[in-house]
Design a protein around this ligand. Structure first.
Ligand SMILES: CC(C)(COP(=O)(O)OP(=O)(O)OC[C@H]1O[C@@H](n2cnc3c(N)ncnc32)[C@H](O)[C@@H]1OP(=O)(O)O)[C@@H](O)C(=O)NCCC(=O)NCCS
Length: 154
């Protein structure tokens, strides 16, 4: 099917993750990140009471997921990923806005994240949504790449 012809507005839904979804998430994760999260890491998120883990579906297909932590009055975005075939269709924006909406409703004041300094699509995505670069964590990733810390108020 031509993905761009899909009616995202009527077919896209966000729901909480369940254990059985992790197989699908792992496939998307592996094609999307140089240092993908393992099954154990995803499973662990389900046990953390401060972690929020949601998936985005088109019909029954999982096409995206987002994980964000609430720690006191800050939200920390630890993972946002859209399946390769469904990028640049506004799905990342829907996932992020969903996380921001939940966070605001809980009176969370700020959202923070780390992004690889070479991940230009993600950096542009975050800037488009009001995130500003605050500082650099030198050689943060296993390949020695720097992390840019970005944040925005909610
Ligand atoms: C970052 C990511 C979640 C964005 O999701 P998406 O659904 O493609 O994003 P949207 O369609 O909602 O937003 C598009 C905007 O994001 C930015 N963007 C996304 N991909 C881009 C690309 N390949 N080149 C340039 N800008 C890009 C632009 O600001 C774009 O807005 P524009 O079309 O007005 O220029 C997605 O690219 C992804 O899953 N990447 C791999 C995983 C990843 O890097 N996650 C972030 C880790 S910190």
């Amino acid at each position: 099917m031509q993905k761009k012809n899909l009616d995202i507005e009527s077919n896209f839904k966000i729901r909480e993750i369940c254990l059985e979804d992790i197989d699908y998430i792992l496939k998307i994760e592996q094609e999307s990140h140089p240092d993908p999260w393992s099954r154990k890491m995803f499973e662990n998120e389900l046990k953390l009471d401060y972690s929020n883990f949601f998936i985005g579906n088109i019909k029954s297909e999982i096409v995206s997921y987002i994980i964000f932590w609430h720690v006191i009055d800050e939200a920390y975005l630890t993972n946002i990923t859209v399946s390769k075939d469904y990028r640049k269709l506004g799905i990342g924006e829907k996932m992020l806005n969903f996380a921001i909406g939940i966070s605001k409703s809980l009176e969370i004041k700020k959202m923070l994240l780390e992004v690889r300094e070479n991940n230009l699509p993600a950096i542009l995505f975050y800037k488009k949504h009001g995130f500003k670069e605050t500082y650099i964590r030198k050689k943060y990733y296993s390949n020695s790449e720097n992390a840019i810390v970005m944040e925005r108020s909610l």
